[in-house]
Design a binder for this molecule. Structure first.
Ligand code: ADP
Ligand code: ASP
Ligand code: MG
Length: 586
């Protein structure tokens, strides 16, 4: 007898007929002798309708009352789902998040799960009934109803599968699996047979709305096997696996985050502590920042740029303006019409020329890139929102993903998938807390910066093609937001390549009418864990102790599983100790 969790999204339970159809899937498993927990979303666009209703009453509804309102959507669908199963002769019991025992923190409308008690659900399952649990909701220590954030039913499902030690979590939705990019954005997107946890975490957190990224945090932390399938047709779907051993592809997918906004604080005094103050204030209001880039600056001043989502723009601007005044920066600029396009793939590690290929494709499409950040398994570019779709398509084609046939097979991988929770998870107070696993120091890199580059489409392509021709292996890449029509690109390379790099770098700079500098040895510190970008405050926790010790951060790049910072070589060992201490890794 297996234990499965099946989750049905809004479109899959949009009307009575679809509820009956979905219930049949649960009934089939139950009839085969399995224990079945079903997690359902609100019917169709019901949550949007409820949001709209609230907006008609007030522009600023309290978050607590929003949760009270939004949670009703799922209460409707679970009861109907249970009735559907009962009408087919199965025992079924519907439960709200509170009745299941999903305890969360009190951050209404974006609550994090702290614990789930399994007694009630297990008792019902052992009594032979199917449990229908409301997705997306929980309750806090004062008994208030909370919700997990839009799309949060995936997270309910995977978290339940984790605590119930389920054999599989099946996500039924309106697409038949995870695609190389959103099939609604690019019709030539292709279904993947398997995708790794790290890739899915990045894709989801960078905009692929098919899965709530926090659900993949649970999958990775607790080793939950997930299959994503269509609720309307039978098929193999996509299996989300711990690692992608069988795949040869460099890039697995392209993600689009359309609703991004860029903020730049200009002429920040280039000393430790300035960025800390900014990010501390932002995180204290729960604003998650991404694509944090500080340019190399001149005359003791640097610009700090970062992106936030549209909904956080107003508060982020207000905070940035206040902080800019207090640290005596020149001012704040912003752009609300940008989008972030990212390529993701564990196969990028070790593949040659990925950056050059991407920038070349974007340049050939005539699109200007405002900012670039990378991590080991992703490259993100910020472009004008009007160019977003074209940029996704250009990237998708450049990595031969149009009509891609994924030959990887999930069968042998899923067999080994169930694993013990990581040691670090056992130390967490709340299930969904940030899990930092390790901090490493790499002293083998040199830093190269091109400044005064023309801000025209294709400049990144030119730089990285030339770098590729010179046979250089680039690691971190950052392009800061252009100032006065001039762009700046920094990257790290192995220290051993530096001599060879310098000639190439000088030639490239003079060809492009730019200047170049290099730092022969820098220290790269990498924190690894789960949920790094989605937890507001990691940047702050990192900047604060380094600033207190007088250490300036030259470059930073973040992903869901890793944050890298570059500091000067003399501060390497010291910074490692400071960060290990700050993140309690001793
Ligand atoms: P549900 O209501 O079942 O949770 P969602 O609307 O949240 O469904 O997610 C499914 C949608 O996600 C698809 O219809 C698709 O447009 C979108 N999507 C975005 N990126 C991807 C991707 N990489 N693969 C598949 N679907 C994607
Ligand atoms: N009903 C919620 C929403 O629409 C949760 C979900 O569907 O996952 O965001
Ligand atoms: Mg969803």
């Amino acid at each position: 007898m297996a234990r499965v969790v099946q989750k049905f999204g809004g479109t899959s339970v949009a009307d009575p007929e679809k509820i009956l159809r979905a219930a049949k899937k649960a009934a089939r498993r139950h009839a085969a002798g399995d224990q079945v927990v079903v997690v359902v979303s609100a019917m169709g666009k019901q949550t949007d309708t409820l949001v709209h209703l609230a907006q008609q009453i007030t522009n600023s509804p309290s978050a607590r009352e929003m949760d009270m309102l939004l949670s009703t959507g799922e209460q409707v669908s679970v009861s109907l789902f249970a009735m559907a199963l009962q009408s087919m002769g199965h025992k079924a019991v519907s439960l709200t998040g509170g009745q299941v025992g999903i305890r969360t923190d009190s951050s209404h409308t974006k609550a994090r799960i702290q614990s789930i008690s399994t007694n009630h659900v297990s008792r019902i399952l052992d009594g032979g009934a199917i449990v229908i649990a409301a997705g997306f909701q929980g309750y806090d220590s004062d008994g208030n109803i909370t919700t997990l954030g839009r799309g949060g039913s995936d997270t309910t499902a995977v978290a339940l599968a984790a605590v119930l030690n389920a054999d599989c979590c099946e996500i039924y939705t309106d697409v038949d699996g995870i695609y190389t990019t959103d099939p609604r954005v690019h019709a030539n997107a292709a279904r993947l047979s398997t995708v790794s946890h790290d890739e899915m975490l990045e894709l989801a957190s960078l905009g692929a709305g098919v899965m709530h990224s926090r659900s993949i945090e649970f999958a990775k932390k607790f080793g939950v096997p997930i299959v994503v399938r269509s609720s309307f047709e039978d098929g193999p779907g996509t299996t989300i696996v711990p690692s992608q051993s069988s795949s040869q592809r460099a890039v697995s997918g392209v993600a689009l985050a359309r609703n991004e906004a860029r903020i730049t604080v200009e002429d920040v005094p280039d000393k430790p502590g300035a960025s800390h103050q900014l990010f501390a204030e932002l995180s204290s209001e729960g604003i998650a920042v991404d694509m944090i880039i500080q340019n190399a600056g001149s005359g003791g001043m640097a610009d700090i740029s970062f992106t936030v989502t549209d909904e956080n723009l107003d508060s982020a601007l207000r905070i940035s303006t206040t902080v800019a005044e207090s640290i005596e920066a020149a001012g704040v600029t912003h752009n609300a019409d940008v989008a972030k396009v990212s390529i993701v793939g564990v196969g990028m590690v070790g593949a040659e020329g990925v950056a050059a290929t991407l920038f070349q494709a974007i340049s050939a499409a005539g699109i200007n890139v405002h900012m670039i950040t990378t991590s080991e398994i992703k490259i993100s570019v910020l472009v004008d929102r009007v160019n977003a779709k074209k940029c996704v398509q250009a990237a998708h084609q450049a990595f031969n993903l149009d009509g891609f046939i994924d030959a990887s097979s999930p069968s042998e991988e899923i067999a080994t998938q169930k694993s013990d929770p990581l040691e670090v998870v056992r130390r967490l107070e709340g299930m969904e807390d940030l899990a930092i696993e390790d901090c490493q120091l790499d002293m083998s890199q040199a830093l190269v910066t091109f400044f005064n580059l023309p801000n025209t489409p294709g400049v990144a392509a030119d730089v990285f093609q030339a770098v590729g021709r010179a046979g250089l292996n680039v690691d971190m890449i950052v392009q800061s937001f252009p100032r006065n029509g001039r762009a700046e690109i920094s990257f790290t390379i192995p220290e051993s390549d530096r001599k060879q790099a310098l000639d190439a770098v000088r030639n490239i700079a003079s060809d492009l009418g730019a200047n170049a500098t290099d730092v022969p040895k820098v220290a790269k510190l990498s924190l690894t864990g789960i949920g790094i970008r989605s937890h507001a405050g990691v940047a702050d926790k990192l900047f604060a102790p380094l600033a207190d010790a007088g250490v300036n951060i030259d470059l930073i790049s973040t992903s869901e599983v890793r944050v890298n910072v570059i500091v000067s070589a003399e501060h390497g060992t010291n910074s490692l100790r400071i960060l290990r201490n700050a993140f309690e890794l001793e």
